[in-house]
Design a binder for this molecule. Structure first.
Ligand SMILES: *Cc1c(COP(=O)(O)O)cnc(C)c1O
Length: 360
């Protein structure tokens, strides 16, 4: 071994497993239910804005994303110094951990939760402290008492994912306030709100209120899910100015493309129409849950645009059976399967599959 060698911690980074596209089946329409994407195509106005930006792709984007910051600040009613845009909220996780963590520091997060967390933690050199989500009929929830107990002198960041990807339940505002009261103020508490627009529950997390009350709260939001811009890579953080400055300092210069900036602004301006689509997806989620339960299956509360099947050892066979039915789902080997809420015909296909397989 005489060639260049990466850091040992880099070689140990777990791979990110992306959701697969469906395999074509003769005579069968197939559906991609493996990446929590929005099934709707972009709105015409958003495509037009992106096209206009494409015509100027010989130029660098506005490095300061000024127009996008102005649009976000006006909408959220906060100063631009409290906002950091980046190439998706996955990038924000990396930026935040790069800015705040190094070897010996600890990052507490629920597990199973978002797959990118352990990758970003390992890349920063910090040590991940995964705290198991609850199990049983009402499972898949953050165990906030155990997470608070896992905070030590070395903890720099806690990552809360609500609704939790891939298991589905969301935290209440009261849950998060109680948690924050148990965590020292120098520990950053990230509230990853990637699916906030899909939440329909009593006492939902009010991120803006948390941010106003706690200097250590960081909100992560994305245009990838409810706004349907997954392919363009844009998200933002809301945090105290000092935290935002640190995140911006380590961000890749010119990261957010001019096309992404334009599409994000156009999406914010078309928010009403986009949120109507979200409401349709939420109704579809409820229809899917009713179908799942009518077929005799038990799944955790689903507050995002996806449903979790806690399948354990039958994860592989279930994934294969779904594939045969033209549905690409997201398996987590030995643990379970996450299925995205998408087209009604895909829901029907899933429910039909559930009625005929017995893999529990
Ligand atoms: C999809 C997702 C994101 C958003 O990722 P982007 O990089 O913005 O596309 C962030 N957090 C969670 C939990 C997600 O599921």
């Amino acid at each position: 071994m005489s060639g260049p060698q990466p850091l040992p911690r880099v070689s140990a980074i777990p791979p990110y497993v992306p959701g697969k596209p469906p395999v074509a089946r003769a005579g069968l329409t197939t559906y991609k239910l493996s990446s929590n994407e929005n099934p709707y195509p972009p709105l015409p106005g958003v495509i037009e804005a992106a096209h206009a930006a494409v015509a100027e792709m010989n130029r660098y984007p506005d490095m300061g994303s000024a127009a996008l910051y102005a649009e976000l600040a006006a909408r959220l009613g906060c100063p631009e110094e409290e906002l950091a845009v980046a190439t998706g909220s996955v990038a924000l996780i990396f930026h935040l951990l790069t800015a705040f963590c190094s070897e010996g520091d600890e990052v507490v997060h629920a597990w199973r939760s978002f797959e990118a967390y352990p990758i970003a933690v390992a890349a920063s050199g910090a040590t991940g402290v995964p705290v198991p989500v609850t199990t049983g009929a009402d499972g898949g929830r953050h165990d906030l008492d155990a997470m608070a107990a896992a905070v030590t002198d070395r903890t720099k960041v806690v990552l809360l994912c609500t609704p939790n990807n891939p298991t589905g339940p969301a935290l209440t505002h009261t849950d998060v306030e109680r948690f924050l009261a148990q965590v020292p103020p120098h520990v950053l508490v990230v509230v990853d709100e990637a699916y906030r627009e899909f939440v329909r529950m009593a006492d939902p997390v009010d991120g803006a209120a948390l941010r106003r009350r706690h200097e250590n709260v960081v909100l992560f939001r994305t245009f990838s899910k409810a706004y349907g811009l997954a392919g363009l890579r844009v998200g933002y953080a809301v945090a105290a100015p000092s935290v935002v400055a640190a995140v911006r300092a380590v961000s890749t210069p010119f990261g957010v493309s001019s096309i992404a900036q334009a599409a994000a602004i156009a999406s914010l301006r078309a928010e009403d129409e986009l949120l109507e689509r979200v409401a349709t997806l939420v109704a579809e989620r409820d229809r899917m849950l009713a179908g799942i339960r009518a077929a005799g299956w038990t799944v955790p509360e689903a507050q995002g645009n996806f449903v979790w099947f806690d399948l354990g050892e039958t994860t592989g066979p279930f994934t294969a059976a779904a594939g045969d039915a033209g549905l690409s789902v997201r398996p987590f080997a030995g643990e379970g399967v996450r299925v995205t809420v998408a087209e009604p015909a895909a829901t029907d296909r899933l429910v039909e599959l559930l009625a005929r397989v017995s893999l529990r």
